[in-house]
Design a protein around this ligand. Structure first.
Ligand code: NCD
Length: 352
């Protein structure tokens, strides 16, 4: 069975297929209106969401299927102390496919280990958000017509922003990609992501100034400072308005540059930017429904396929306090990456 836990669970051919399929769905929605008749999607949202949950719901309904689940874990047995693994065992006996969002890193991966149906990661803490990445790739394809030869400025909260982590991983598939990592010094990319960039040989530059780079960017990807992940609110207050993109910043931008944002936005993009032709963030949000339709169909159509696990069992413990393996009783599972071992749940570096 194939799950969608990490952005690199799919190879380039599969991503191309999903993008083409989403475009076909956009052009011919009636062809797909009954493709999931009789199928049920469970949406288990342990964290707030507007776009992701509603686009999953709209996607399944537009495929003729139905949706069950919760948008507030306090209304589920989690509030009685049920473990995630038990919840998943039960829900996978009711539904044909599960989309889960959870505050703990690695929660979707753990779910996939205990589920009898495909699991989709709809965001696990500040770790990954692969369906946002598929949405972003579809947006890039539709807006720019290419995925190669791109200079991408990632701006805002690169430490906790799961959408940027996933986008970086996915862009490894394409040729001649470079990143400008623009963040307050406190909110730079986590070590394991910097390592990933270095190992993949992707050009990247670290900065804390948008204006200095705007003339070379094909894409400016803005993000919200993730208040809910901060332990120290003083630090949040200091960083929250670090970047505010205004029309005036765009005077030197490269012709054709697009601005993306996974949304919700707070102050980081002024509303006067919305009328800029390259402001793609609302179009990006609408792409989310179609790529999720393509993804649901792909996972349900390939339920019989077996993928070899890319992890191994070991003894020990992951020391990331936000990792699901600390909360639920689990064996430590590790992935080998070059000379390092990473926790298979949250991908923090365990040892060299
Ligand atoms: C993002 C998320 O949840 O990570 N939103 C989304 O899914 N569209 C970004 C954010 O919350 O800032």
């Amino acid at each position: 069975m194939i799950h969608c836990i990490e952005p690199d669970d799919f190879d380039k051919q599969e991503v191309d297929y999903l993008i083409k399929s989403a475009c076909d769905i956009m052009d011919n929605p009636s062809k797909y209106a009954e493709k999931c008749k009789g199928k049920q999607l469970a949406t288990l949202f342990y964290e707030p969401s507007t776009r992701t949950r509603l686009s999953f719901t709209s996607a399944m309904l537009s495929l003729g299927g139905s949706v069950l689940g919760f948008s507030d874990a306090n209304n589920s047995s989690v509030s009685k102390g049920e473990t995630l693994r038990d919840t998943i065992k039960i829900v996978s006996s009711y539904a044909d496919i599960i989309a889960i969002r959870h505050p703990k890193e690695g929660a979707a991966f753990l779910s996939s280990l205990h589920s009898s149906v495909p699991v989709i990661n709809a965001g696990d803490g500040s770790h990954s958000h692969p369906t946002q990445t598929l949405t972003d790739l579809l947006t890039i394809y539709r807006e720019l017509g290419r995925m190669d030869n791109l200079c991408i400025g990632l701006c805002g909260d690169l430490k906790y922003g799961r959408t940027v982590h996933s986008l970086i991983k996915a862009m490894k598939m394409y040729e001649n990609i470079s990143f400008i990592l623009i963040s307050p010094p406190e909110l730079g990319l986590p070590d394991y992501m910097i390592q990933e960039l270095k190992e993949s040989g992707i050009k990247h530059e670290i900065s804390c100034d948008i204006d200095e780079h705007i003339d070379k960017l094909d894409i400016l990807y803005m993000t919200r400072v993730q208040k809910e992940r901060f332990e120290d609110m003083e630090k949040y207050e200091k960083c929250k308005n670090y970047f505010i993109l205004k029309q005036s910043n765009l005077s030197k931008s490269k012709p054709g540059m697009i601005i993306m944002h996974p949304l919700p936005r707070l102050n980081e993009i002024d509303t006067d930017v919305d009328s800029y032709p390259g402001a793609a963030y609302f179009r990006q949000a609408s792409c989310g429904k179609y790529i999720r339709m393509a993804l649901i169909l792909y996972l349900l159509d390939n339920i019989g396929i077996k993928k070899e696990p890319s992890y191994e069992k070991t003894t020990g413990k992951c020391f990331n306090s936000k990792c699901i393996s600390q909360e639920e009783k689990t064996d430590l599972l590790v992935k080998k990456n070059k000379n390092q071992y990473l926790c298979a749940y949250c991908e923090n570096i365990l040892k060299k």
